[in-house]
Design a protein around this ligand. Structure first.
Ligand code: PEP
Length: 259
């Protein structure tokens, strides 16, 4: 059975005091709900900005919350002004890192090749990459969803091979649903999740079956249960709703109560 992963992508949000109060809110809520603190079927992950990683790490030590980052650069160190290496993220306690988020792809020129290299760099640093894939509204309307998602997967598969997906997570995030309030219906999301799993199973049945595929795109307390009930949806990558402790924990509770 695949464990759920509920991941909060805080994007470029939060002052130190806001981050502390968000974490304190999460920890207090988790303490009150033994279903969350004791669940062996749920991982709860927070993805703050680089500058808040160490603060968050100190606050969540010995709690069920785990830590990840939103991006990395290639290599272990070097003359790359403004960048952060995977080894540095691991050193401050990160276990996961987002790779190829649509905002990275569209705003910061993380193309297919660079995204694949970042996936590899994450694993070389001992981090679990969460590879984000998804189509734009125009691509969906042109019937290109599978073609786009396949190209995004294929760029990584070609570089690292299927075995690398043993230690990876995929997030299907339709770009038109990110931060827009529009959500894919559970059925629309399930179709693409099943497609992604089938593509990986073509390469290796066991790896395709075991990999966790998260849904991202305006997931919130109100729609989480129906999305998480789908057979190939193994969690959520949450943007806006992860900035509010009550909302994020409601999604975590929906995961614990699901399936
Ligand atoms: C995201 O940032 O990955 C995301 C899904 O954002 P939101 O939940 O706000 O749509």
């Amino acid at each position: 059975m695949r464990n759920y992963l509920i991941a909060g992508n805080w994007k470029m949000h939060g002052s130190t005091s806001q981050v502390k109060s968000l974490i304190n809110g999460l920890l207090a809520g988790i303490k009150q709900q033994t279903a969350l603190s004791d669940s062996s079927h749920l991982e709860m992950l927070v993805l703050p900005t680089f500058v808040h990683l160490a603060t968050v790490h100190d606050l969540i030590t010995n709690s069920p919350l785990i830590l990840g980052a939103q991006n990395l650069y290639l290599g272990a160190q070097g003359a790359f002004t403004g960048e952060v290496a995977g080894a540095m993220l691991a050193d401050v306690g990160c276990q996961y890192v987002l790779i190829g988020h649509s905002e990275r792809r569209s705003l910061f020129h993380d193309d297919l090749a660079l995204t694949a290299l970042k996936f590899k760099a994450a694993q070389e640093a001992g981090l679990i990459p969460i590879l984000c894939v998804g189509e734009t509204q125009a691509q969906r309307e042109n019937g290109e969803t599978e073609k786009v998602v396949n190209a995004q997967l294929d760029a990584v598969l070609t570089l690292v091979g299927i075995n690398a997906f043993k230690q990876a997570v995929i997030a299907y995030e339709p770009v038109w649903a990110i931060g827009t309030g529009l959500t894919a219906t559970p059925e629309q999301a399930q179709v693409v999740h099943a497609y992604i799993r089938a593509q990986l199973m073509k390469n290796n049945v066991d790896i395709g079956r075991a990999i966790r595929i998260l849904y991202g795109g305006s997931m919130k307390a109100e729609n989480a249960a129906s999305l998480l009930a789908m057979p190939d949806i193994d969690g959520g990558l949450i943007g806006g709703a992860s900035l509010d402790a009550t909302s994020f924990l409601a999604i975590c509770t929906a995961a614990v109560n699901s399936k």
